[in-house]
Design a protein around this ligand. Structure first.
Ligand SMILES: Cc1cc2nc3c(=O)[nH]c(=O)nc-3n(C[C@H](O)[C@H](O)[C@H](O)COP(=O)(O)OP(=O)(O)OC[C@H]3O[C@@H](n4cnc5c(N)ncnc54)[C@H](O)[C@@H]3O)c2cc1C
Ligand code: FES
Length: 271
């Protein structure tokens, strides 16, 4: 883990709300694994005080060597609005890489099926690259409210990963939920499949029902508002099963953000 003040190399807008911030940072680029995240300061002042968690989107290379990274940000509130106004040359305080990473399927012959909603797509192009390098057939299902909320399709296309898109309003791809497209695809699958998901909680929960019903392994990347990002404040806990058959809290920033979904309790046991 590194604590650095980095100079912002480039800002690229994908649409009116989503943009990519790229940084030169060889140590972070060498250390980062797909699914990990960084805590980025949104300003130099004390408002907002807390850094914002962002998944590692790309590892940037020069002559085949990792020299930097980027994050893909969706403007949702105060911090991300400030980030959307950042310019190349600005200094940004960054802590990371943090948390757990996606693991390739245990079965070397398994197809990896990546299911994502909205900005939950951010960690998957990097993971898709690692999966392809490891020899896994890889497929992406991208969901969004509208065509503007579909992200990363070009990244997967550049890797040669087949993409199925779905929008709630039918403005692009299948009209309906990405989970419906996933179910249809899995119905025609014979071979081993491992599922990975990241996006809105109802989507990940639905993906988990689909994976569990078919006995498929499922890794999930969770999100929660994070105060510290390093396991101290307990602002990011989720209930999970423990070894004794009971439950205990797990920290999304330390034990996660990537979890084996079968260890998570989607309902709080005390509710
Ligand atoms: C491990 C991890 C990786 C993430 N990766 C990305 C990424 O790659 N790109 C990206 O755009 N966003 C990502 N997020 C979500 C991002 O951190 C939040 O959208 C951001 O912190 C909101 O900050 P804000 O000041 O703009 O919003 P605020 O003004 O703080 O809040 C605006 C709205 O966003 C909600 N919100 C705040 N924090 C989160 C959060 N962590 N998760 C979900 N909703 C939140 C609030 O409840 C509120 O409704 C990630 C979150 C986690 C935990
Ligand atoms: S954000 Fe502080 S413990 Fe996870």
């Amino acid at each position: 883990m590194f604590e650095k003040r980095l100079t912002l190399d480039a800002v690229r807008f994908l649409n009116s709300r989503c943009f990519v911030l790229a940084f030169h940072a060889p140590e972070i680029a060498r250390a980062a694994r797909p699914g990990q995240f960084l805590m980025l300061a949104a300003s130099d002042g004390i408002e907002p005080l807390l850094r914002r968690p962002m998944a590692v989107y790309q590892i940037l290379e020069s002559s085949g060597e990792p020299v930097g990274f980027s994050v893909l940000v969706e403007r949702t509130g105060k911090g991300t609005t400030l980030m959307s106004k950042m310019q190349a040359g600005d200094e940004v305080a960054v802590l990371g890489p943090l948390g757990s990473s996606f693991a390739p399927p245990g079965d070397a012959t398994a197809e990896a099926v990546l299911v994502m909603g909205g900005v939950g797509a951010a960690p998957f192009p990097l993971f898709a690259r690692a999966l392809l390098e490891a020899g896994h057939t890889t497929r992406a299902f991208i969901g969004g409210r509208t065509s503007e909320h579909l992200l990363c399709a070009e990244d997967f296309a550049a890797l040669g990963v087949p993409v199925t898109q779905a929008t709630d309003d039918g403005s692009a791809g299948h009209h309906g939920l990405v989970t419906a497209a996933l179910t249809e695809y899995l119905s025609g699958c014979d071979g081993p499949v491992a599922i990975y998901s990241c996006g809105p909680t109802p989507m990940m929960r639905a993906v988990d029902s689909i994976a569990s019903a078919r006995g498929l392994p499922h890794q999930v990347s969770l999100e929660a508002p994070m105060a510290c990002g390093i396991g101290v404040c307990l602002s990011c806990v989720v209930p999970a099963v423990d070894e004794a058959g009971g439950w205990r809290y797990r920290r999304i920033c330390r034990e996660g953000p990537v979890f084996d979904a079968s260890t998570l309790l989607w309902e709080h046991p005390d509710d």
